[in-house]
Design a protein around this ligand. Structure first.
Ligand SMILES: Cc1cc2nc3c(=O)[nH]c(=O)nc-3n(C[C@H](O)[C@H](O)[C@H](O)COP(=O)(O)O)c2cc1C
Length: 403
């Protein structure tokens, strides 16, 4: 009789980004080991097959049963005659796609840097390094340990060997384990085909805010989700990404610049482009109008007339200054026919010599929501409906083709 699969596998693949990937998740003796269960579950939700390995110190923080429950496999807590390190990380068919050490202590970083392997985790690391299996380390420790010059030196040494580090969050005097989402996007980037490696992308996102007085602003319903998802997808595919946004920047691994007004967004974009850039993606719903700001709060209760003046169009200014820059524009209309929507998007494409335009009718929804329905217009027209993450994947696919 075929044994029933462990119930832990039930969640595998609901997000699919890691399906078919085998990940060895190594856990060391940091208090952040308590986060590892959720990390293992999220990796599985993304479709990965996860095998856990623990150092003896990690076993004093969480019980192996918790990781066995989370992954559905027995946890490696000691090396036996099965030579578990060779079985999973030896240079042989079926070897793991990735070794992820999360959390990683100062001690384990030091041992790997010195080529020492005296725990299951360090022996797996030695074996993975010798088999060319990519390694990601997510450190977690007190900030005084993290700023120890030898720990810093060891991290540099390991980076020199091609090991990726997910930067810890510096909070409350601690170098805390990076967020699960930041670890996941690092995993996806390391395992991706890296079609955008070496490319610099600048992405504008969300709405801007024009100050009426020190308290009130004029803004739009744009959430910045589409821009953030595009930044995530481009980052995963190896690009060097900078997101210019007003208030929504969920991935700390991705460089982000906060701006408030349309003028600030324009100034930042022009400044960043001067540093060198391959592609500008303009998803931001930049204000078309601004207003002279009152220096003090405008009293309430009386009729108020605001005089709005148009602001220079960012996309036009960029095209005038950078005639050869690859650019992706977004066109939002309300309550028009598909034919009219595509025709207006094509006019925008011609006017600013855009490589791609993503058109959507926000009269049907989409703005500020998690899902949308768009037309990606390049040489061909692609109709995509679904989550903003799935739309971002299709837009980046189309961009990779035109580059
Ligand atoms: C409760 C507790 C929490 C700890 N947290 C950390 C930590 O976050 N980072 C770290 O580098 N060491 C931490 N340590 C110290 C390590 O457990 C110790 O250096 C140990 O030798 C690490 O062994 P390993 O790297 O083989 O897991 C902690 C120890 C204890 C008892």
């Amino acid at each position: 009789m075929v044994p029933l699969a462990h119930p832990a596998f039930d969640i595998r693949g609901s997000k699919e980004e890691l399906s078919g990937k085998k990940i060895v998740l190594c856990v060391t003796g940091s208090i952040a080991a308590v986060e590892t269960i959720k990390l293992a579950r999220e990796l599985m939700r993304c479709g990965a097959d996860v095998r856990a390995v623990m150092s003896p110190s990690a076993k004093k923080i969480i019980h192996p049963h918790a990781l066995q429950y989370a992954t559905g496999y027995e946890v490696v807590t000691e090396l036996t005659g099965k030579i578990e390190h060779v079985e999973l990380c030896g240079d042989r068919e079926g070897k793991a796609d990735l070794l992820l050490i999360a959390p990683c202590t100062a001690n384990t970083i030091g041992k790997i840097a010195a080529g020492i392997d005296d725990t299951p985790v360090t022996t797996f690391a030695t074996t993975a390094l010798g088999s060319d299996i990519p390694i990601i380390i997510a450190p977690a420790m007190h900030s005084s340990m993290y700023s120890h010059p030898i720990v810093m030196e060891n991290i540099k040494r390991l980076e020199g060997l091609g090991i990726e580090f997910v930067r810890p969050r510096m909070e409350e005097g601690k170098a805390k384990l990076a967020s699960i989402e930041d670890i996941i996007i690092c995993v996806l980037r390391v395992l991706s085909r890296k079609e955008l490696q070496g490319r610099k992308l600048l992405i504008t996102a969300g709405g801007t805010a024009e100050a009426i007085d020190p308290i009130r602003i004029l803004t739009s319903r744009s959430s910045g989700k589409t821009g953030a998802e595009l930044a995530r997808e481009a980052y995963i595919r190896g690009a060097d990404v900078t997101l210019v946004q007003r208030g929504y920047s969920p991935y700390s691994e991705i460089e982000s610049i906060y701006v408030e007004s349309a003028q600030q967004m324009t100034d930042v974009v022009l400044k960043e482009l001067k540093k060198g850039c391959d592609v500008l993606i303009c998803t931001a719903a930049i204000s078309d109008y601004t207003v002279d700001k009152s220096p003090s709060k405008i009293p309430s209760g009386k009729k108020l007339t605001l005089s709005l003046r148009p602001v220079p169009k960012l996309i036009q200014l960029v095209r005038e200054n950078h005639p050869d820059l690859a650019m992706v524009g977004f066109k939002a209309e309300t309550n028009v026919s598909t034919k009219e929507l595509i025709s207006r998007a094509r006019s925008m494409m011609d006017e600013y010599k855009l490589d791609l335009v993503v058109a959507n009718d926000v009269g049907k929804g989409g703005i500020g929501e998690d899902e949308n329905e768009v037309y990606i217009i390049g040489n061909e027209i692609m109709h995509v409906k679904g989550s903003k993450r799935s739309i971002a994947k299709k837009v980046i696919d189309a961009l990779v083709e035109v580059l």
